[in-house]
Each structure stands twice: as C-alpha cells, then as structure tokens.
Design a protein around this ligand. Structure first.
Ligand SMILES: C[S@@+](CC[C@H](N)C(=O)[O-])C[C@H]1O[C@@H](n2cnc3c(N)ncnc32)[C@H](O)[C@@H]1O
Length: 244
C-alpha cells in the first residue's frame, strides 16, 4: 500500500532529482489509487480555503478550467460553489480515470494533456482557471501561466495553490513508498513567490490576493498532522486577474 509522506526539513537530501525520482506519470499512476484517501496536509488546506480564494457568489464562475486536475476533487468543489460546466486537464491517465468517474453525468469533461505543451482550448474561454499543487512539478512555470492567461476571459480569475516556498526550500516534497518500501520522489522544482508574480505580470495578469495558509489551532484540532509545521506557512494561495 502506498503512503505519501511529507519529509521534515533535513529528513532527506534536498535534491531535485536523485536515483529514486520517478516521472510524474509513473508517480501519479501509483499514487492515484490512494490520492483521495491519504490524509495530506496540502490537499486538506486547499480544500479548506478553495471557496475563500476563488471569488464566487456574486457572478457565474463558469466555465471553469483546472490545469492538473488530478482526481477531480477540486472540480467537484467548484461545482458545489456554483460552477455548471468546464474542463479539467492532466497528464496522468490514472488520475483522470478517477476524475472521469467522479464527474460522470456533469457538464465538466476531462482531457489528457501535458501542460508543458500548449493546450487546444480557445482564447478567453474560461471565467475561472485553477492550478492546485501542480506547479511544483514544472520547472519553467512562465509558459503555463501564459497559457492560462490566454484562455482566461476578460474578467476572469486565475487561482493558484502551491506548496509554500518556505516548505519546499526546507526540503519538503511529496514522495511515496513503493511496493518494496523504497522512497520514490516526484520531480519537484522550488519556485519563489516572486516567480509566480513575475510570470503572471509578464502574461498580463495582476495580483488580486496573496495568502499564506498555516495550521491555526482550530485547523490543527481538525487535522492534527498540521501541528508538525508549527507556525510556518504551508500552502501559498494566489489569485490573479487580467490587467485592464
Ligand atoms: C498533487 S496533484 C494535484 C491534483 C489536483 N490539482 C489537486 O489539487 O488535488 C498534481 C497533479 O498534476 C499533474 N501534473 C503534473 N505535471 C503535469 C503536466 N506537465 N501536465 C499535466 N498535468 C501534470 C499530475 O498528474 C497530478 O494529477
């Protein structure tokens, strides 16, 4: 049974690649089965704060697009927030298979695409674009953010959640134990807050909200694993809008 463990600072060498790094596709093919059930502080915090960071209520957030949608859990939450239609893309067929099942019968479809290439989706066609816990796996984030900007409707929002640079630079990165008990790491590249903001600015987007999510006493009560992070920021949340 796979177990995703988030190492503490110093638990593992802070290398971006090592002998036990597997490709994104290999890693998520293995992880897909347990992804939704594993108690993961990162996905917990995204789920807690999604409805706060995605501006909704006053206007229609559809169509929505999630880049790196994984098992579709966020798309389901966006539907609960009022989204009626949209698209999810991901490189992992195994993660997409779960998303497809979850979103069956809805107006949200999922497609396999590698975000490193341009996407066959129309300009200015989405009111909400979400990228959650994906950009860590992508070395050069600028083209991905530029693609998101191209597909964003004039008054749309781009929302990004990512492992906070504080954690990543202290050596935390997702990994799992394979069948033989060997630690397997996913490709992971540290990005600073300014990297996101500059990439977005170059793509014609302006920063609308910046949040650094931590484990508050209330959240720690609900999700005790957060206690190991103390007062440090765990997840970065950003919301961008098109510049006038
Ligand atoms: C940690 S999961 C996050 C899934 C989902 N966004 C969430 O918050 O639960 C990262 C996802 O990014 C996808 N991914 C990573 N690199 C990708 C790429 N180059 N193109 C498309 N998807 C990618 C993986 O397959 C995986 O499903």
């Amino acid at each position: 049974m796979s177990e995703i463990q988030i190492p503490l600072p110093g638990d593992h060498p802070q290398k971006d690649t090592n002998d036990s790094t597997v490709s994104v596709e290999t890693g998520y093919a293995f992880w897909s089965e347990s992804y939704d059930s594993f108690s993961n502080p990162m996905t917990y915090l995204v789920e807690k704060h999604l409805a706060d960071l995605v501006s909704h209520g006053a206007h229609d957030i559809s169509p929505v697009l999630e880049l790196g949608c994984g098992t579709g859990r966020n798309l389901e939450h966006l539907m609960q927030m009022g989204a009626s239609n949209g698209v999810g893309v991901d490189i992992s067929e195994e993660m997409l298979a779960i998303a497809r099942k979850r979103l069956e019968g809805t107006e949200i479809t999922v497609q396999r695409h590698d975000l490193s290439n341009g996407l066959p989706l129309n300009d200015e066609s989405f009111n909400t674009i979400l990228i959650s816990l994906v950009l860590e796996h992508i070395e050069n984030i600028q083209p991905v953010i530029a693609e998101a900007s191209r597909m964003l409707a004039p008054n749309g929002q781009l929302v990004i959640f990512e492992i906070h640079p504080y954690q990543r630079l202290n050596g935390r990165r997702a990994h799992y134990k394979d069948e033989s008990g060997t630690d397997r790491f996913l490709p992971s590249y540290p990005h600073l807050i300014k990297d996101y903001v500059q990439a977005a600015r170059q793509a014609g987007l302006i920063l609308d909200r910046l949040e650094e999510y931590q484990g508050t006493p209330e959240l720690v009560k609900e999700f005790p694993k957060l206690a190991r992070y103390g007062d440090t920021p765990i997840v970065l949340g950003l919301r961008f809008r098109c510049s006038e």
